[in-house]
Every structure is written in C-alpha cells, then in structure tokens.
Design a protein around this ligand. Structure first.
Ligand SMILES: NC(=O)c1ccc[n+]([C@@H]2O[C@H](COP(=O)([O-])OP(=O)(O)OC[C@H]3O[C@@H](n4cnc5c(N)ncnc54)[C@H](OP(=O)(O)O)[C@@H]3O)[C@@H](O)[C@H]2O)c1
Length: 245
C-alpha cells in the first residue's frame, strides 16, 4: 500500500509512519522540519519539507508521491495554542485554524484528485476529543477539531459512490512531544506506539469515526449531552485541563 502522512516528523504521525514501514508499505511524510526525522528512517521514507498551510507545496508533494497510485492519506499535522488562557494571542488562534482545518482540507483535496480517478482510496484525519465540546482556554483548538470531525462526516457521505472511505480519528491524550510539555493531569494517557496501532486498526476496519481510549470517549460524550448550563457550571470549576492535546 502507499500511505502519505502529513506531520510525520514526530509524535503520532512518526509512529504511524514507522509501523506502516515495518509492515512493508510505501510511506511518504511531510513536515516543516525534516531534520526531526530519526536517522534510521530517513532513507526508507519519501519525505517532503513543507507546511500543510502551503496548499501548492502540499499538492505537489501528494501528486508526486501518488504518481502511480495512492491508497491512504492521513491528515495528521496539527498544533495547539498550548496555554490555558483567553484568546489573548489571536495570531496563534488563526494559525491553529489554518493548520488544523485548512491543512486537512488541502490534503484531502489533493488526495481526491488521485483517488477519484482511480476509484479507490482512504482519507483519514486525526481530529481530537477536544472537538466534542468547547474547552476553556482552547477555543481555536476545540473549534478546529469540531470542524475536522464534521467535515469528515460530510465527505464520507459525498464520496461513498466513488469507493472512497473516510475515517475520523479522535484520540484522547497521547504521549508525544506535544503533550510532553503539559504540566496538568492527562487522564488515560497512552503511548504513541499503542495509539498508532489502534489508529491503524481503525483504518483497517474502515471505521467512520474512532474515539479512544473508551474512557475518554465516555467522558466526552457525557459532557456533550449535558444541558449547557450544567456543562458551564462543571467546566467553570474544573480542575482537569484538556486544552493541550
Ligand atoms: N498528542 C495528543 O494527545 C493528541 C490528542 C488528540 C489529537 N491529537 C492530534 O494528533 C495530531 C498529531 O499530534 P502529535 O501529538 O503527534 O503532535 P506532535 O508530536 O507535535 O506532531 C505534530 C506533527 O505535525 C507537524 N506539523 C505541525 N504543524 C505543521 C505544519 N504547519 N505543516 C506541516 N507539518 C506540521 C509536525 O512537524 P514539523 O514540526 O516538522 O512541521 C509534527 O510532525 C495533531 O493533529 C493533534 O492535534 C493529538
């Protein structure tokens, strides 16, 4: 299989790349800084240095990688604001939306050019449980992931007749360079290798949406169905902070 992963230089994306390679697949990754790639993987991967916010560069990379076919595109690249605060820095918030939402859309648009003509393919986005509710201190991150999750649901309906599968992955806390900076409790934290293995299994099963771990799924679904006044009361007095995933 040919698998292209955005944001494959660290964390979940890198672990997915490592596992797909180990199983003998052809893997392409992109990231803004390819020097982060582990030395032992550099020769095995096809890598592209670019930002997913640069539509033209991403399109050229996916077209190049998918020249003779493309099976899976995983739109994984993402960022968060990283602090629990009001929307003090609006430029960071725009950047989060740009990377997390447009980065996924650009990747899907480019992949679909190939997949619709070959009448097969699988689009995957790494969203987050943070998109199920509006988390305090994470307005842009929560909103960006809500957009990705809903976008995936629509796209899965739109491209069903083209034999294209869509999977939206909504992880809880995964131990990556991103979450290593967190100084708050991270309930049900999971290793990146275990997270990637679960994500791959969900892709293989062609799940429409995969939320994990189950405890986080349960918690977020509970928060989502609460009357909003009750949610507001609980979260205004929260001790847990989910904002940095
Ligand atoms: N870790 C968690 O607990 C968790 C939970 C839920 C969802 N997620 C989501 O999972 C995805 C991966 O996160 P992670 O935890 O693995 O974070 P990470 O370790 O920080 O990795 C992020 C990856 O995205 C790349 N990236 C960021 N901005 C980019 C851009 N503009 N263009 C190209 N590549 C870019 C980074 O590479 P460069 O720096 O080289 O560009 C890196 O490879 C994100 O979408 C995140 O929101 C993570």
């Amino acid at each position: 299989m040919k698998v292209f992963i955005t944001g494959g230089t660290t964390g979940i994306g890198l672990e997915l790349a490592r596992q797909y390679l180990a199983d003998g697949h052809v893997v392409g990754v992109c990231g803004r800084d390819l020097t982060k790639l582990p030395q032992e993987l550099k020769d095995k991967l096809k890598s592209y240095q670019l930002s997913v916010t640069d539509k033209k560069s991403l399109d050229e990379a996916i077209s190049d990688f998918g020249r003779d076919g493309l099976d899976i595109v995983i739109a994984n690249a993402g960022r968060s604001v990283g602090v629990k605060e009001k929307m003090a820095d609006w430029s960071k918030a725009y950047d989060v939306m740009d990377t997390n939402v447009y980065g996924v859309m650009y990747a899907f648009e480019s992949a679909l050019k190939i997949m619709t003509s070959q009448k097969s393919g699988h689009l995957v986005a790494i969203s987050s449980v943070a998109g199920f509710v509006g988390l305090a201190g994470a307005a842009s991150y929560s909103a960006s992931k809500a957009a990705v999750t809903t976008f995936c649901e629509s796209i899965s309906l739109d491209y069903k007749s083209d034999n294209i599968n869509v999977t939206c992955i909504c992880p809880g806390f995964i131990d990556t360079p991103l979450t290593k900076q967190n100084n708050h409790p991270m309930p049900f934290l999971m290793s990146a290798s275990k997270g990637a293995a679960l994500i791959r299994a969900a892709i293989e099963r062609k799940k429409l949406r995969y939320i994990f771990p189950w405890q986080m799924n349960f918690l977020m679904m509970f928060l989502r169905i609460l009357p909003r006044k009750v949610y507001y009361f609980i979260m205004s007095n929260q001790t847990l902070n989910f904002t940095k995933s």
